[in-house]
Ligand binder design. Structure first.
Ligand SMILES: *Cc1c(COP(=O)(O)O)cnc(C)c1O
Length: 368
């Protein structure tokens, strides 16, 4: 925590706004709007997943529609497509940023159109905080007139050509889950281009009550609004966001330093120079043909035996039992990343002692 969270929570208690309504929510939203700039509107919700669900509804996705989605991501990017009875179409990654491949994307769009199903939306992700090639993707989306849902769950504070991630999509979303760069314990936000869309998102997130003195409903509603207590935490966290980004970027430098003498390992760095990453998680690739037979899983287990948690990369959606029967376009880029990659411990609270332990364990595994 940053320090002021408890003060804002106390304010909520003092004013008795213990509800999904209150001053903290309004201020947290305003602060996010100011942070993003570019005339964006923000509605605070109770998860990033909820934000994707409402985002797809606002973009007009209905049962039977097709929605394109980056394959290499967390399942929460794709699950809301199924909530709506729509059909995901998965796309491989490119090697520059590990995000949605523009070539495979265009191939998929033209092929789906040929098959008589123009996709209703494109879900792109800035994986691990690394911005996707959003300008190329925007050009393709505009060419075929398909809206973009920008999943910035991992990328608050990242930028592309100096413009914040979360401002490129027709709809964008953030997550404030406990694991993300800032947290409200659980929470999320939807970013819209118009005030009408923001109001519609809040309407849907609060059970879609018609404007009547009694409870009347003409549409399906959801219980997706952020609580005033969570928003209190969010306000405190906004004050330390910039320092958190600096910390995460320092951790990335620590790993570059640690692995520079280990030829079988590369710390991932985007080669798209327009992107600025918040370095939410530092990831590495291990050349598994190395003569020591050390794979990502070998290193993960070695770290685990020292009580150090690392994680394999997101397993691509097109390889998941849940999604295996849906269309997929691309090659084996994301599959290879999954086979070779590892997310290193990257928490903002990593101490010098922690780093020393990580360093020692890694060096002993690679025998240097
Ligand atoms: C965390 C995450 C989500 C979901 O956010 P929640 O707030 O946990 O619902 C969606 N997409 C990606 C890429 C994420 O990392």
């Amino acid at each position: 925590m940053g320090g002021n969270e408890m003060n804002y929570i106390q304010e909520a208690f003092d004013t008795n706004w213990i509800a999904p309504v209150g001053e903290n929510i309004n201020v947290f939203e305003q602060e996010l709007e100011t942070y993003l700039g570019n005339k964006k509107y923000v509605a605070a919700l109770n998860s990033g997943t909820a934000a994707i669900h409402l985002g797809l509804i606002l973009l007009g996705v209905r049962a039977g529609d097709e929605v394109i989605c980056q394959s290499m991501t967390f399942a929460a990017s794709a699950n809301p497509i199924l909530y709506l009875g729509a059909k995901p179409v998965f796309i491989d990654s490119e090697t520059k940023t590990w995000n949605i491949c523009p070539i495979a994307l265009e191939e998929a769009i033209t092929d789906r159109i040929t098959k008589g199903k123009k996709p209703k939306a494109i879900i792109v992700v800035h994986l691990y905080g690394v911005p996707c090639q959003i300008e190329l993707i925007r050009a393709i989306a505009d060419k075929y007139d398909i809206p973009i849902l920008e999943d910035s769950a991992e990328a608050l504070g990242s930028k592309y050509n100096d413009r914040p991630c979360g401002t490129f999509g027709d709809i964008a979303i953030f997550s404030f889950n406990g694991s993300k760069i800032i947290t409200t314990s659980g929470g999320g936000a939807i970013v819209t281009k118009t005030k009408q869309f923001k109001e519609k998102a809040i309407f849907l997130a609060t059970q879609a009550k018609d404007n009547r003195p009694y409870y009347q409903h003409s549409e399906v509603g959801y219980n997706y609004r952020m609580s005033n207590i969570s928003a209190a935490i969010g306000r405190g966290q906004m004050e330390v966001l910039d320092s958190r980004i600096k910390l995460r970027r320092k951790i990335n430098v620590f790993y570059k330093d640690l692995f520079k003498d280990i030829p079988d390992v590369t710390v991932f760095e985007s080669t798209d120079k327009a992107g600025f990453s918040n370095c939410w998680l530092t990831t590495i690739l291990i050349n598994s043909n190395n003569n020591k037979g050390i794979t990502n899983e070998v290193l993960r287990l070695a770290l685990e035996s020292e009580n150090i948690e690392s994680r394999l990369l997101w397993k691509p959606m097109h390889l998941q039992p849940l999604f295996i029967n849906y269309p997929y376009y691309g090659g084996n880029v994301s599959e290879n990343l999954f086979k070779k990659g590892l997310c290193m411990p990257s928490g903002s609270n990593l101490t010098d002692v922690d780093r020393e332990r990580i360093s020692k364990t890694v060096k002993s595994v690679f025998e240097i």
